[in-house]
Design a protein around this ligand. Structure first.
Ligand SMILES: Cc1ncc(COP(=O)(O)O)c(C=O)c1O
Length: 402
């Protein structure tokens, strides 16, 4: 047990006012199955591993902890492509007046379909992973892709997207500024469409499809876990991914849902601050939001995710980079017989927060409030591998703390 005086994270329980819950049905098993059928048509599709960490569970004092390892997704090192590819599929189906079930991968990449469609331009703002998924899909479908990245983006994340043939730029603003630029840009291109992983009033179709695509990760994990998790720790940037996981599991276990904890860096903790304020209105965090958790450095909540959290999250965690660093190192240097998981800075946040709550003496009240103990069966999502390999090695191998 760690004896540091100051715990590296804070927890607030969800007492937000409930809403009519209009988005829950969008994440139903049936909707997510449609997305999974679409993904199954891709030659790159494979269920990613669920790492069941038996010795880790014993060490942390719970019955079970399993980590869904998204570093294996489509060879792209993160879960993100699940969202962008499905949204593009649904958008093209809508444009062409077809059902998504009529547009599997083999049709979408065919010369006949591309002739019928003409050209389209997919535009995305991204910290890295989302843009990589959109650029990858655009390349597969032989369409144009423009990607805007925030100030401070690492060279490797930029290069990964440029290598897929997208037109990439690093802008002098944060993630939310890049989203605004993408909105202005889209109408200036023929068949220009913003494929953005967050929703705002009037922009909900594409984010809904993106979340349904993310739901595939939750669907696989539920199948692999094979029983009802008692707790889920899931990290949030804009909250679309965590919203998808939350909605999916709330719908799957309507009578006895798992306790769901949403985890954010304290420099971009818009959900946490919204929960502290407590009136149900979203809170926006502005400025540079420095954190090694690049994928979570988003200060404006996705409307759909925020609504799902209000109705179904158990609580919110906000913390310094140290908790995800702990998660990265624990997953990399795992016990001998447990599977090892390469988990990047944003990827390890959910597991890192859970581990901190179990290990930090100062967080005992949070453990109690969340009823975490020997009967708990915990599910976490490692949403990326070493997407910034230089920094990953600095943290995990060299022991550098940022
Ligand atoms: C690796 C990783 N994990 C989690 C997230 C958070 O997803 P969301 O922005 O939907 O909350 C992101 C977002 O880019 C990410 O790249």
């Amino acid at each position: 047990m760690s004896k540091t005086a100051e715990p590296d994270l804070r927890y607030v329980a969800n007492h937000l006012p409930k809403t009519a819950d209009p988005y829950l049905a969008l994440l139903s098993k049936a909707e997510v199955t449609r997305a999974r059928d679409f993904h199954r048509s891709f030659p790159q599709y494979a269920v990613t591993p669920l790492a069941d960490l038996r010795h880790m569970a014993e060490y942390l004092g719970v019955a079970r902890v399993a980590v869904k390892d998204e570093s294996w997704r489509f060879g792209l090192n993160s879960f993100k492509v699940l969202g962008g590819s499905y949204a593009i599929g649904r958008f093209l189906a809508q444009e062409m007046g077809r059902d998504i079930s009529e547009l599997p991968y083999s049709v979408l990449v065919s010369d006949g379909f591309i002739r019928e469609l003409g050209s389209a331009t997919f535009i995305a703002a991204t910290d890295g992973n989302h843009g990589r998924g959109v650029a990858w899909t655009a390349r597969e479908l032989r369409q144009r892709c423009i990607v805007l990245m925030p100030k401070g983006t690492s060279a490797s994340r930029f290069d990964n997207i440029a290598a897929l043939g997208a037109e990439v730029s690093i802008e002098d603003g944060n993630y939310d500024d890049c989203v605004r630029m993408a909105i202005e840009m889209a109408p200036t291109y023929e068949h220009g469409v913003i494929v953005q992983d967050t929703s705002w009033p009037g922009y909900t179709d594409i984010p809904t499809w993106i979340m349904q695509g993310y739901g595939v990760m939750a669907d696989e994990a539920a199948e692999q876990f094979g029983e009802r998790p008692t707790h889920i720790f899931v990290q949030a940037g804009v909250g679309a991914m965590a919203g998808a996981v939350t909605g999916y599991f709330a719908g799957l276990y309507p009578d006895d849902p798992p306790r769901i904890v949403v985890v954010e860096p304290d420099t971009a903790d818009c959900m946490f601050r919204g929960a502290v304020r407590g009136d149900g209105e979203p809170v926006t965090v502005t400025g540079d939001m420095p954190s090694i958790m690049a994928g979570l450095s988003c200060g404006e909540p996705c409307e759909l995710g925020w609504d799902l959290f209000k109705n179904h999250a158990t609580g919110f965690v906000s913390g310094a980079d140290s908790f995800t660093v702990r998660g990265m190192r624990m997953l990399a240097g795992n016990f001998k017989d447990d599977p090892h998981v390469v988990s990047g800075e944003s990827g390890a946040a959910g597991f890192g927060a859970f581990a901190s709550i179990m290990l930090e003496e100062g967080l005992a009240p949070v453990r109690e409030e969340l009823c975490l103990g020997p009967d708990s069966k915990v599910l976490c999502f490692s949403t990326e591998g070493d997407t910034d390999p230089v920094r990953y090695k600095q943290i995990v191998w060299d022991g550098i703390d940022f």
